[in-house]
Design a protein. Structure first.
Ligand code: HEM
Ligand code: ZN
Length: 179
């Protein structure tokens, strides 16, 4: 995972529980002297260990922490890459462009990024069905990112997650219900 994602986690942790907590997490779960540089890749296992460390500190399930992280990560990525995030007039437009535009642009900016595959199908004007697939199985983080995007466009969103890679499915199904 790119440094930019770790920096997003750092921002959230520092805001929520303070710099000392982040330093403790780094000490426990990262090699000594680790500094995350946005375009550089770091082991996925390190991100999961840090997220698990946050979950332990807050006494919350890892899935909750990944969802909260995803939600704050959206604002962080959108702000960092305004050129990409400002292309979309609506939540729907953005969601339908995750693979074809957003992550395509990410591929131009970062050398060989590890991205999920996210297919979107519009069911009706209030419902979009997403199929998420990635060997990192970060579907809870994807849910959070989607909630963050809904917040960005001041939209009310509910997500159903009836099929999940964590239960052995080939891909996750996320049903987005908009108001
Ligand atoms: C990685 C989903 C919007 C840039 C990821 C990952 C997920 C995801 C789940 C983790 C990797 C994986 O699952 O395999 C989404 C969703 C979005 C969204 C659902 C919108 C609702 C954005 C935006 C940007 C962005 C707006 C920036 C312009 C990235 C980058 C990575 C990433 C840089 C890391 C790539 C790497 O570590 O190599 N995205 N994303 N995403 N996304 Fe997105
Ligand atoms: Zn899932």
């Amino acid at each position: 995972m790119r440094g930019v994602i770790f920096r997003g986690l750092e921002e959230l942790v520092v805001e929520a529980i303070g710099m000392q907590a982040w330093d403790e997490l780094l000490e426990a779960h990262a090699p000594e002297g680790r500094v995350y540089v946005s375009p550089t890749s770091y082991p996925d296992a390190e991100l999961f260990a840090l997220a698990q460390g946050v979950a332990d500190k807050l006494n919350k399930p890892l899935t909750d922490v990944l969802a909260i992280f995803g939600q704050s990560l959206f604002g962080f990525l959108a702000e960092k890459h305004k050129g990409i995030s400002s292309k979309f007039a609506s939540f729907e437009e953005l969601v339908l462009s995750i693979d074809s535009v957003i992550h395509m642009e990410v591929k131009k900016l970062y050398d060989e990024p590890n991205l999920p595959s996210i297919a979107a199908i519009v069911k009706d004007d209030k419902t979009i069905v997403l199929e998420y697939c990635s060997n990192r199985k970060l579907c809870f983080c994807a849910e959070g990112l989607l909630y963050g995007a809904a917040q960005f466009y001041s939209r009310k969103l509910k997500i159903e997650h009836p099929q999940c890679m964590h239960s052995g499915a080939k891909h996750c199904v996320l049903i987005l219900h908009l108001d």
